[in-house]
Design a protein around this ligand. Sequence first.
Ligand code: CA2
Length: 142
Amino acid sequence: MSQIYVLNGPNLNLLGQRQPEIYGHETLADIEALCSEAAGPHEIRFLQTNWEGQLIDWIHEARLQAAAIVINPAALTHTSVAVLDALNAFDGPVIEVHISQVHKREAFRHHSYVSHRADAVIAGMGVHGYGAGVAHAVRLIG
Ligand code: CA2
């Protein structure tokens, strides 16, 4: 159970291709490499989906397989009670990561359902927020 799940929500597969002024030039593959480095001896399961139900299924899978979850739920952050409910059924640490500083952006991005469960929230560090999130998860799980 020393795996760390790093879960990514809708449209994050487009990272590096559009809106670099908001999300930077790095791709998901670059972020996966950052996460693996930050994880030390822990194994990373790095996943992205555009489907809410798939994200929920992976959170359920993490209940049996993972010691911690680092999650960027993307737009589902602001809309999904279902993702929150799934995270509430996970016992280990949950770290919420946003590439952009959501509180400087539109008002609809200021509320996060996932923050009701997250043990830590990172926003505005660009892709380095993922490295910080994984490093924090490692500290919490020991
Ligand atoms: O800042 C973040 O990481 C967000 O979670 C990203 C979400 C956004 O809805 C949240 O409010 C904040 C959007 C992810 C979409 O990613 C794209 C990347 C490149 C091009 C288009 C979309």
